[in-house]
Ligand binder design. Structure first.
Ligand code: FAD
Length: 326
């Protein structure tokens, strides 16, 4: 097996998706650990500025798999193109960002390469001859250490926020990587791409944020959050499931794919504390968490924790704030 770590890049518009730079950081670190070369691989129809951007993050080279059938993402075309290239080049490790796109096609890629698949890795280390991959399980309540048995390539996706992107002083060369075009088979028709609305609320300037998570249960309970936010003079933020459920607009999202905030006071209400949320708020000066589960990971970064049902705690806290202010 060739001594190479491949890092699969993801586009955002014409540029590099930010999670790709984090995947490069993980891949470069892995390459140093196992004594391999780190190569960034960009499947695309048009590299735009993404290849040049990736070249600045410490890889040995950037290799572009360029084909018109890669213009829209489809799992068939991407898995086909990458597996064809990997079969010829035999990288020992393939690192991807744990993005919605990667989650969609990496199981198929691993299957095509007869590779082991280790998703959502947050760290790794060498233990004798073995590589140990650490990944959260049970919603982040436990960390599991995984060792891959047998030979063959390993496909690994890395959690956003786990490997901070690091720029290099040098710029890597950009090359073309030719693949067998008959393996690039789009298996979906992309009818259109809808951009999410831009940010309208700037949470980065808010001194106090009441952030609400899936534990709120639905819009019918949002008035309790609004009452506390009003009593505190706070902005309302949210975890991703709240946004994905349509309970609050997207510009309220905090985390790796939302805004990064650092208020004086951050109240996390019904939020478990997944790493993608923590990276967006861990700079907060004082974190207060309300959660009914005493083992929720959010408590590990909180100065104050209230274990209880938020539907009872929120009104009581609102009353206490109002009383203290009057
Ligand atoms: C590529 C990618 C990007 C992502 N980006 C983001 C991001 O930007 N921001 C983000 O937040 N997430 C993001 N996520 C999702 C992230 O992994 C978690 O799924 C998410 O943060 C969990 O949100 P949550 O804590 O609200 O929900 P859950 O993990 O479901 O936690 C709900 C919590 O509420 C508690 N609870 C339930 N009922 C009550 C009650 N009555 N009283 C008190 N507590 C209660 C539960 O004990 C639990 O701890 C991303 C994921 C991926 C894969």
């Amino acid at each position: 097996m060739a001594n190479r770590v491949w890092i699969l890049l993801q586009h955002r518009g014409t540029g590099l998706h930010p999670m790709s730079a984090e995947a490069i950081a993980a891949g470069v670190k892995l390459a140093a650990l196992v004594g391999a070369e780190a190569e960034a691989i960009l499947p695309c129809a048009d590299p735009g500025s993404a290849a040049e951007e990736a070249a600045a993050f410490g890889v040995a080279r950037v290799r572009v798999i360029q084909h018109e059938k890669l213009s829209d993402y489809t799992p068939g075309a991407f898995a086909g193109a990458i597996s064809a290239a990997a079969a010829a080049d035999a990288p020992g490790w393939i690192v991807l960002p744990h993005s919605y796109q990667s989650v969609d096609y990496m199981p198929r890629l691993a299957q095509l390469l007869d590779a082991a698949l280790v998703p959502e890795v947050v760290s790794f280390r060498q233990d004798g001859e073995a590589l140990i991959w650490t990944r959260p399980v049970f919603g982040g309540k436990l960390q599991s250490d995984v060792r891959v048995k047998g030979a063959g390539p390993i496909v690994v996706s890395v959690q956003s926020g786990a490997f901070p992107a690091t720029r290099s002083d040098t710029t890597a060369p950009v090359e073309q990587l030719e693949v067998d075009a008959t393996r690039i088979v789009p298996d979906r028709e992309v009818l259109g791409v809808e951009e999410v609305a831009g940010e309208q609320v700037d949470l980065t300037q808010a001194p106090i944020i009441v952030a609400v998570g899936r534990g709120i249960g639905g819009t019918e309970n949002m008035d309790k959050v609004e009452a506390l936010a009003e009593a505190l003079g706070a902005e309302i933020g949210a975890s991703r499931p709240v946004i994905d459920s349509g309970w609050l607009p997207r510009d309220r999202q905090i985390g790796s794919s939302g805004q990064t905030v650092a208020p004086k006071l951050y109240l996390a209400v019904g939020i478990s504390g997944a790493i993608q949320h923590l990276v967006g708020m861990k700079g907060s000066r004082c974190v207060v968490a309300i959660n009914k589960d005493p083992s929720a990971p959010i408590f590990s970064i909180s100065r104050y924790g209230i274990v209880g049902d938020l539907l009872e705690v929120l009104p009581a806290l609102t009353e206490a704030v109002r009383a203290a202010k009057s």
